[in-house]
Design a binder for this molecule. Structure first.
Ligand SMILES: [Zn+2]
Length: 115
């Protein structure tokens, strides 16, 4: 198990697990080896749905707003997981990171809905 969750609104846990499982199917071996904690909290004041930070070589902490609807929730998780992959492979350019994260979020979400 390389995913754990914490924070408010624990019912979000199921979505985090299913988003992670879906993302994992299409991701590199390196991603599967890493540890990710998804932490739910109130991000209203930060005016973002989520953000992520690298804790050490093998673990990341992803913050996700606790009150997202299902679609936003999945999209945010796919988006932040993409940033984790980018950290692993050393993608540093912010514009490239965001463009890629939005594309992958879109593709993953529509593929998932199609199944
Ligand atoms: Zn982003």
């Amino acid at each position: 198990m390389t995913l754990c969750t914490s924070g408010d609104n624990y019912s979000n846990h199921t979505i985090a697990v299913s988003a992670y499982d879906w993302f994992n199917r299409f991701s590199a071996y390196e991603f599967k080896q890493k540890e990710i904690e998804v932490h739910y909290c109130d991000l209203t004041d930060d005016n973002v749905k989520g953000w992520c930070e690298q804790v050490d070589d093998d673990s990341w902490l992803v913050h996700v707003d606790k009150d997202l609807d299902n679609e936003e929730h999945y999209r945010t998780l796919f988006h932040e997981f993409t940033h984790v992959v980018q950290d692993i492979f050393g993608v540093k350019d912010n514009e490239v990171r965001e463009t890629q994260a939005y594309q992958i979020e879109e593709t993953m979400y529509s593929d998932m809905c199609a199944t």
